[in-house]
Design a protein around this ligand. Structure first.
Ligand SMILES: Cc1cc2nc3c(=O)[nH]c(=O)nc-3n(C[C@H](O)[C@H](O)[C@H](O)COP(=O)(O)OP(=O)(O)OC[C@H]3O[C@@H](n4cnc5c(N)ncnc54)[C@H](O)[C@@H]3O)c2cc1C
Ligand code: SF4
Length: 326
């Protein structure tokens, strides 16, 4: 599958990148590591006239401590995150989730910004042009019906990146910049829940930073991931958990899911299940049910929706019982 022709721009700093993005009159796509964008362009899911390659912009590659917590530049690779001592010490659920993305080679190229902005996935969509034409196009690209839920007008493509659920548990914020202004939003408010228009990012905007607050530094956590091939694969269901402990008891608990909805989502109502700062068997079972009800897996992905939902329940229960034991 060949790439269509496009004009490539390689700005050397953020100011030039934002100016080029705002001045561009045609269809433009941002390239960070390119590990998802380029395969998608080969499949003709995107055929931009312009590509803005961010890789020369050094100011977007950093992990730095600030008064507010830790800032991670959007171009920081997943390999750098996985091996960062300061992140391992303070935000271990993030390093653990980063370690499960794809393969070592892809983690050397793929960035955290690209992972947060990753396009949603569906068996009917992530196909070559020939495959999509043969199946009949769909709402997400070139068509007007959904093969997954044919009666409706919504796209249910699954958000399938590994680090966003960990970042949600850590209450991360992101910085979004355009030539005109810079804004900060909570990551949980960045996603729309619509598979075909999954993020709140205007055409002239770039994701520039991720901010991990001091308030969640020290939260211990785990990330459980269901995938077909252990060595390299997108998640088919993922559960991130982060807990704050105080005097040996769980004082705060956050769980977030990925790959089972069109956006990564936090599970609500968990703290109410805590009994003396722990989850016993029945509370963990109940929490598993809450997580399974939050998940809305459909036939967008390999493995059945029933199995993926069940694994969300099992992963949640296991993670909670393990967190209660330590
Ligand atoms: C074989 C294979 C297996 C994979 N397995 C996994 C997996 O297990 N888990 C997983 O999470 N991912 C997986 N991926 C997807 C991908 O490699 C990662 O999600 C990676 O983190 C994407 O980052 P990138 O820098 O390469 O993004 P790119 O491909 O450069 O960009 C991805 C998207 O984000 C946009 N974008 C990138 N940076 C910015 C920015 N700063 N501001 C605004 N928009 C931006 C791009 O325009 C594009 O739409 C896999 C990919 C392949 C090819
Ligand atoms: S969920 Fe429906 S509209 Fe969305 S990509 Fe899949 S088939 Fe297309």
């Amino acid at each position: 599958m060949s790439l269509s022709e496009f004009q490539l721009a390689r700005p050397r700093n953020l100011r030039d990148a934002l100016a080029q993005l705002s001045d561009c009159r045609g269809d433009i796509r941002v390239l960070a590591g390119g590990t998802d964008l380029l395969p998608s362009m080969r499949q003709k899911l995107f055929e931009p006239e312009h590509v803005l390659d961010l890789r020369q912009i050094k100011e977007l590659k950093c992990i730095s401590e600030t008064e507010q917590g830790i800032e991670i530049g959007a171009l920081t690779t997943l390999h750098e995150i996985e091996h960062s001592p300061v992140l391992k010490k303070n935000y271990p659920v993030l390093t653990e989730a980063a370690r499960t993305v794809a393969s070592p080679l892809i983690r050397h190229m793929g960035t955290i910004g690209g992972n947060i902005c990753l396009d949603t996935r569906c068996l009917w969509y992530n196909q070559s042009l020939t495959g999509r034409r043969a199946c009949g196009f769909c709402i997400k690209k070139d068509g007007d019906l959904c093969h997954i839920a044919p009666g409706g007008s919504k796209c249910w493509a699954a958000f399938s990146a590994d680090t966003p659920p960990a970042l949600l548990c850590l209450n991360a914020e992101i910085e979004i910049a355009s030539a005109a202004k810079t804004r900060r939003v909570l990551l949980r408010d960045f996603y729309t829940g619509e598979g075909d228009n999954y993020r709140r990012l205007s055409p002239g905007e770039l994701l520039t930073k991720i901010i991990l607050p001091r308030s969640t530094a020290g939260y211990r956590g785990t990330y459980h991931k269901l995938r077909v091939r252990g060595s390299i694969d997108y998640p088919l269901a993922g559960v991130a958990l982060a807990v704050k402990r105080l005097n040996g008891h769980i004082d705060d608990i956050q769980i977030a899911l990925t790959a089972v909805n069109p956006a990564p989502v936090l599970v609500a109502g968990l703290s109410a299940l805590l009994k003396n700062g722990k989850f016993d068997d029945s509370a963990a079972e109940h929490a598993g049910e809450l997580a399974a009800r939050t998940a809305k897996p459909l036939t967008t992905s390999a493995l059945t929706p029933e199995y993926r939902r069940e694994m969300i329940r099992v992963f949640t229960k296991r993670a909670l019982l393990a967190a209660s034991r330590t």
